[in-house]
Design a protein around this ligand. Structure first.
Ligand SMILES: Cc1cc2nc3c(=O)[nH]c(=O)nc-3n(C[C@H](O)[C@H](O)[C@H](O)COP(=O)(O)OP(=O)(O)OC[C@H]3O[C@@H](n4cnc5c(N)ncnc54)[C@H](O)[C@@H]3O)c2cc1C
Length: 308
């Protein structure tokens, strides 16, 4: 790892002494990372990742950390993709957005420039790179509906442009969710919209979330489970959990939100093991009482840097 530290210093890539990874996630679970680097330019990733691959150093890409739970300590390098604030109109159909742009900043830019089509992202924390990796969505739309192509760093450390097929999008899944390739930029299909209309839809979506989701200052990773398909129809996992009488259920510093039962809250000091036991209990209750096996949406990251 010393070679990598030397490289970060030579390239002036910030690597804070604060390596407690819970601070970089919204659910605030995790121990210490071997090393954390804060990435502010895509060119830094393009120089760093090939070196990590060559040397066999484990690394984890992190955007807003709003969909992940780290196990205790992490031996690898955590690459925090922060402030790569580049958004441009690419042509009459596409905008080009760098992976570290937050959904929040993207929507501000869109409303200033009369660019519509991404209002469904309002209130989803995190970055557009993270959203593309997990095919984030809401209000019956997801990133897969708007992503045309992406600039990525592939498993050989090479930068290439790939079409949306390459992402292998499924419901809250893509090849990047548990893989190690990096999304540098996404090209998204837009429509021209009046600034007022964009602002109105964004405000409506945020209002809906405030009414139906727990307070965003609580320590969660969003919806913990995917919505299962029962008899060909998608059913809200939160509804199934609620029908099992689990709203407000507490154990080992974890709690099921009283407002939306698919949000599991770290009440303070929970570990990954606590979260896993809690998840298991909810899974078993829903299976026994409703006959439905739930599938986890949130990503666990092992201490060796494996995502699952
Ligand atoms: C309060 C709250 C509400 C939420 N509401 C929703 C919702 O409505 N809909 C929804 O879909 N999700 C929701 N989420 C979950 C989460 O916010 C989204 O999944 C979000 O898009 C994740 O983005 P991120 O930048 O935080 O990703 P991270 O959590 O940092 O990472 C997620 C995954 O993406 C990978 N990744 C991150 N950046 C890159 C990159 N540049 N290249 C390649 N891989 C990358 C990571 O390695 C990891 O595998 C919510 C979460 C919270 C806390």
């Amino acid at each position: 790892m010393q070679k990598i530290i030397d490289f970060l210093e030579k390239e002036k890539i910030e690597h804070p002494s604060e390596t407690a990874i819970r601070h970089y996630t919204t659910i605030k679970i995790g121990g210490h990372a071997g090393l954390v680097a804060i990435i502010r330019k895509n060119s830094e990733l393009q120089r760093l990742i090939p070196r990590l691959l060559d040397g066999g150093y484990p690394y984890i890409l992190l955007g807003g950390g709003s969909n992940v739970i780290f196990a205790g300590d992490s031996s690898g390098l955590v690459l925090l993709i922060d402030k790569t604030p580049d958004i441009r109109i690419h042509n009459k159909e596409l905008i080009k957005v760098s992976g570290g742009v937050t959904n929040h900043n993207l929507l501000h830019w869109c409303s200033r420039n009369n660019i519509g089509g991404f209002e469904f992202l309002a209130g989803i924390p995190g970055t557009i790179g993270g959203a593309a990796a997990v095919n984030a969505g809401a209000f019956q739309r997801s990133i897969a509906d708007v992503l045309e192509k992406g600039a990525i760093i592939n498993g050989k450390g090479e930068t290439e442009i790939v079409g949306s097929d390459y992402f292998q999008f499924q419901y809250r899944e893509s090849r990047f969710k548990t893989g190690g390739e990096c999304i540098l930029e996404v090209y998204l299909t837009y429509v021209f919209k009046e600034n007022d209309e964009i602002k109105r839809t964004v405000a409506d979506n945020i209002r809906y979330r405030k009414l139906n989701h727990p307070n965003y200052h609580l320590q969660t990773a969003g919806c913990y489970f995917k919505n299962p398909v029962i008899d060909g129809r998608k059913v809200a996992a939160g509804k199934l959990i609620e029908e099992c009488g689990l709203k407000g259920f507490r154990e080992n510093r974890m709690m099921v939100s009283n407002q939306h039962a698919n949000f599991l809250i770290n009440e303070g000091g929970a570990t990954c093991e606590d979260a896993k036991k809690f998840e298991r209990h909810i899974y078993e209750q829903v299976l026994q009482q409703q006959g439905t096996p739930l599938e986890r949406e949130v990503i666990y990251i092992s201490s060796e840097g494996k995502k699952y």
